[in-house]
Design a protein. Sequence first.
Lengths: 147, 150
Amino acid sequence: MGFSVSGSAAIIFAAMFVGFGMFHSATVNGFETVSDAQQDRTDRTLVQQNTAIEIWSATWDGGAGELTVRANNTGSTELSVDEVDLLADNRYVRGYDTSVGGDGATNLWLAQETLEITVTSLDADPGRVKLITGPGVAVTASTAEVA
Amino acid sequence: MASVSASHLILFIASMVIAASVAGVFTDTVGRLGQAISDQGLDVSENVRTDVEIISDAGSDAVYNDSTGNITLYVKNTGSETLPARADRMDLFVDGIFETNVEATLLEDGVQWRPGGVVRLDIAHSLDPDTDHRVKLIVNADEEVFKFRS
């Protein structure tokens, strides 16, 4: 009888040991995945809070059919030019030229730099534009017509 | 004496078999539970990483097109999760009514809606002119509300 009881107890004990190992690793992995995601969200929120832009000129040149938007990065986040979106009267505009401080090749829009967007694909003055940055911070402005 | 040893042997084998069965069931159950916890962790992390923003210009008259009866919304992926750019993976309510007539178009190259990308949603829903409306968009438990005037 003694062998039976201690043998069974050993098997059950081993199973509990294995079970605890499996449960522990699954719980720790799940917790780590969620905590990484939360850390990522905190970082994103910080970037969003540090992002600020200002449109200081939005002009429509009817003669040349050109919309020019100049915006200043007034926050402290380094923004990406290719993540910037432009809506002209709620129409998503693509295929425009950009330049940051006169440099048309750069993809970085750093703090206190001016991004200039030149759109030539519009037929008429849109009246209003909205500029959206990568973190989601956006500004709107009305366009002014220039001769 | 031989009969006592035989019965002890039978009891020993029986107890081993029972203990092994209990151990098998126990580890199997714990394994399933661990898998479920792992899956739940992935789901929660996906929800936490998902963040979308309706970037349409609410002040523009062009959000709703009177002649076609279409609402056009632009949604930007501002999270860190790549999402499917499919209307059937989003829930959309226009003035509290669940909308199924929605077309999603990815406004960039590729098939995946990567962070920073924009999707255009065309919602076929007629609205009364000059009234206030709200659209609610739910993607991976991230809820966004957009208010505009038709």
